[in-house]
Every structure is written in C-alpha cells, then in structure tokens.
Design a protein around this ligand. Structure first.
Ligand code: FUB
Length: 324
C-alpha cells in the first residue's frame, strides 16, 4: 500500500473515531477534578456548577460548565471567586444555582466550620449572568451556625409548586429545611416560629436534592464517606417538602469495574423529551485519593410506580440531547 493511501486511511479512521466519540458525552464529561455537581437548564443551555476538588486552602473559587447538547461542554473560569466574598477563605463547596426573576443566585458553603465560634457557613452570591461574576449578596453567611446538629454546608435551593423557595442543607448526618425570603437575603420562620426544621431521613449523611414528579416530592441524599468507595445516593418520596421521608433505597453506588465513590448528585429533567439524567461525581478506578473526583452523567429511569431504578454507571455517559 502506498504511503499516501496509508495516511488517508489513518486520517479517515481518526475522523470516524472522533465522530463516534462525539455521539455520547463520555464519562467524566469534562476534564479536571470536580465534585458535587449542581446542574440546571437556562434557556437552551445546560449548566453545571461543581466544587473544585482540591485541598481546602485551594478551594477559593468555583468554575462552571455549559453545554447545548450534554456532550460538548464549555468551561467558564472562576464564576465565583472569594475575592468577591470577604468572609470566605477556603473550602468553597457544593454550589447550588437558581435563576429568579432577572438574576442568577449561587449558594455555596465556605470555610468548613466545625463549631459556632468559627466564621463561615452557607453564603449566597448574585450575578446577572449564569457565567458570573457572582458577587456576595449579603456580605455575610446566610447560615453561620449549627442548627439541629447540621453543619452549614451542602445547600440546595428548592422551588415549591406555590413559588416558595426553600433552603435544604446539612452535613454531619443532619438535614434542615428553611424558608427563603423573597430577596434571598434572609430566612423566614415557619408559621410555628421555627426557622430550621429537621427532615433527616434514615441513612442521610449530606448532599440533599429535591424535585417534584407527578405531584410527589422526591428527596435524595448522599450516604457513606465522601473520601471512600462506599459513597452513594439514596432517596425517599413524600407528599410535602417537609416529609416525613421514609428511605426507599440506594439508587447510585460504585461499580468497581467502572468507578468508585459515586455520590453527591443533582438531576436534569429534559421536559420536552421527558428524559431524566443524574449528574454526580465518582472516582476513577485508577484513583484512591479523596479529592480525585470527576463529574459524570448517566440516565435516570422511573418504573411505572414512580420508583427510581438503580442507576447504571457507564463510561459512555449519555447521548446528545438538546434542551428543545
Ligand atoms: O466537596 C466537599 C464535600 O465533599 C461536600 O460538601 C460533600 O458533600 C462531599 O461531596
């Protein structure tokens, strides 16, 4: 065979390989150590806001990623930087994004406080664009103390059917729900005067997430230790965001042939196709270091009774899917 023919064949094979690769997202979906991914849909774009997974002292910013098809992702550097949040010094964790009216709000944990005497907790930053720059919304943490034993980290913002926004959060195996004020600058007590209501289900460790499907409230959380292989996700279903939440079972966990420590997730619902995706982090089988976590995506399927089927974690990820 002539050299030019060989070169042509080589180039053709490479092009076909790239084209085939592009048909699915692959897992991880973007390079780098990124954990605790919070996913959202804004207009015709998917967005993911993860934790930069590194030693606490280097966790002083948050990057974001956007995509039109779940396959090709664009990085947005430092959408939040602690330069714009005076009280946040380290351990900027587990972003939670929400769009309200004309603004984007990015909730985050910072400083990994161990007691009520330390400065830190859950903050909120605001921007006119999903790509930032996000600036501190209130100049101090929104939650800066332990309530009901919950470390103020791992926040999720949930919008109920009536338009009320709730902060659902908590580490150290306790989960609280609190009502957000309309301007997201404070928390509003419930009718009984209590501000923080504990909704911790059996097995809960951290990383709460909530969504509504067919009128039911699905509550999900992470179990196990985040630096180890047994990190995983379980869920419960209730008729109210306050629960009570009775644990149904685990739906995401390691597959030692693919990856370990699969947990701290969020959900994408493509309403047009009624397709559900779970976005989560996991540790490649070649890695054992706690921080070596990468962001992945797989399909989430319900059975006819509305129960979530165990997630099959893959190397392929998901097929291309536009928002509309
Ligand atoms: O990324 C730091 C911490 O690891 C998160 O806050 C936890 O949920 C765990 O994923």
């Amino acid at each position: 065979m002539r050299k030019t023919t060989l070169l042509f064949l080589f180039a053709f094979t490479a092009i076909v390989a790239v084209a085939q690769q592009k048909k699915t997202s692959g897992n991880p979906i973007f390079p780098g150590w990124y954990a605790d991914p919070d996913a959202a849909v804004f207009g015709s774009d998917y967005w993911i806001y993860p934790t930069f997974s590194a030693v606490y002292e280097k966790q002083t910013f948050l990057d974001a990623f956007s995509s039109k098809d779940l396959v090709n992702w664009k990085k947005h550097d430092k959408v939040l930087d602690t330069v714009n949040v005076k009280w946040a010094k380290k351990a900027v964790w587990a972003p939670a994004i929400v769009k309200k009216d004309a603004a984007y709000y990015l909730f985050f944990g910072a400083n990994d406080i161990q007691n009520d005497n330390e400065i830190g907790g859950i903050g909120v930053a605001v921007s006119k664009s999903p790509s930032g720059p996000f600036k501190d919304h209130i100049g101090k943490p929104l939650v800066d103390k332990f309530h009901n034993g919950a470390q103020p980290i791992d926040q999720f913002v949930f919008k109920d059917k009536d338009g009320q926004y709730y902060l659902i959060y908590g580490g150290w195996s306790h989960c609280n729900i609190a009502k957000l004020s309309n301007d997201f600058k404070s928390l509003v007590p419930f009718k009984d005067g209590v501000t923080f209501k504990e909704i911790t289900p059996e097995g809960y460790v951290e990383g709460p997430y909530m969504f509504i499907r067919n009128g039911k409230y699905y509550f999900m959380w992470s179990e196990g230790g985040w630096t180890g292989p047994d990190y995983s996700v379980a869920y419960a279903v209730a008729d109210s965001p306050m629960g009570p939440f009775k644990r149904i079972g685990k739906i995401l966990k390691q597959d030692p042939k693919i990856a370990t420590g699969a947990g701290h997730h969020s959900i994408i619902h493509n309403e047009k196709k009624d397709a559900w995706y779970i976005v989560y982090h996991r540790r490649p089988i070649s890695e054992t270091h706690g921080n070596n976590r990468a962001t992945c995506i797989d399909e989430m399927v319900f059975d006819e009774n509305g129960l979530i089927q165990p997630i099959v974690i893959t190397n392929e990820g998901v097929k291309a899917q536009k928002v509309n």
